[in-house]
Ligand binder design. Sequence first.
Ligand SMILES: [Zn+2]
Length: 424
Amino acid sequence: MHAFIGQMYPLCRSITGAGFRETLSLVSRHIPLEIHEVPTGTPVFDWTVPKEWNIRDAYVKDSAGRRVIDFRRSNLHVVSYSIPIRTTLPLAELKDHIFTLPEHPDWIPYRTSYYQETWGFCMSHNEMLKLKEDHYEVCIDSSLEPGHLTYGEYYLPGEKEDEVLISCHACHPSLCNDNLSSVAMITFLAKHMSEHPRRYSYRFLFIPGTIGSITWLCLNEEKVSKIKHGLVAACVGDPGKSTYKKSRQGNAEIDRVVAHVLQHSGSEYEIMEFSPYGYDERQYGSPGFNLPIGCLMRTPYKCYPEYHTSADDLDFVRPECLADSLRKYLAVLNILEKNRTYLNIYPKCEPQLGKRGLYRLIGGDRETGFDQMSLLWVLNLSDGSHSMLDIADNAGYKFSIISKAAEVLEEKQLLQLTENEITG
Ligand SMILES: [Zn+2]
């Protein structure tokens, strides 16, 4: 995943344009992505698909012809969506178009101007201080013209049409944790899911933030009722603890599954309530959709100083943190796949476990298998109204132990799926 991030890192992505397309083509080397192109001007709810932005070069040259700001050194140097400009300016006027971060004077900030036609440069504060009184040649060789908004989609059919939606934004330029970490992780998650049998169908979206989810929801409204669970992935490669922001519903199955995985992960974590800010969960969780989609990340946006700066680079995301995030996502999907509701076939008093060969399992290892208590919990709570996850949470067991116990009890014909599970 880290090497894959390294491949995508140099591309100048934005919410539209060649950098976004090239990123999707790199993802397509791993999974068969369907590429959608939505024309500029397409109305999507209260929004309109914007003009397409592309950039070839940008610089500021001093009177000696030296590039004092050079897009070729870092694509963060240009405010994303800057209109084309060619002019000469004195330092004072140039400074009106320069953004820096005085509190982190060696870092380049990341700035955008999607919905206001303007131009600007970003640079480290220390480099800015070095600029002398001079007349500077300014060039942004960009285009902002009717074109398309591009997004990538990978639909993976399962036994049933009910879907799990996994979504990430891929619209930031050279920024690793915020954007590329989740693009890489979702690519490998999708690849893994494609290689295993699935009860649910899965839909993986690689979209530009905000306008991408609005566009997808608007053009695919008839598919929305199939979405039963979902996660927005972002910031999954930094060394911070895992953080889960709940769906708008707050107690959806996905919220309980992620909480369960984090509780049993053995490491520190945090769970946040939903708020109408952040990533695309705010569109999926708008009142007209109210989808059960939360956001599983590590350190949340804005909560690490490297956020939206050149310091969110290849060193800031760590292979072991990416791997840990992927493991947690896999654990979540595994529980969603296996979380079923059973009925105890012998609900009147306890069935006799000894005569069914389950006696020898008493005192089994809690970590690797199951013990008598897990069997008793499953039998007792399998009254048709408790799922395996309910039982695990009630009994304080890891889901895998309860799931294993249910498997054994089903094998011994003490347990059967509820009518709903069979027909649904
Ligand atoms: Zn961002």
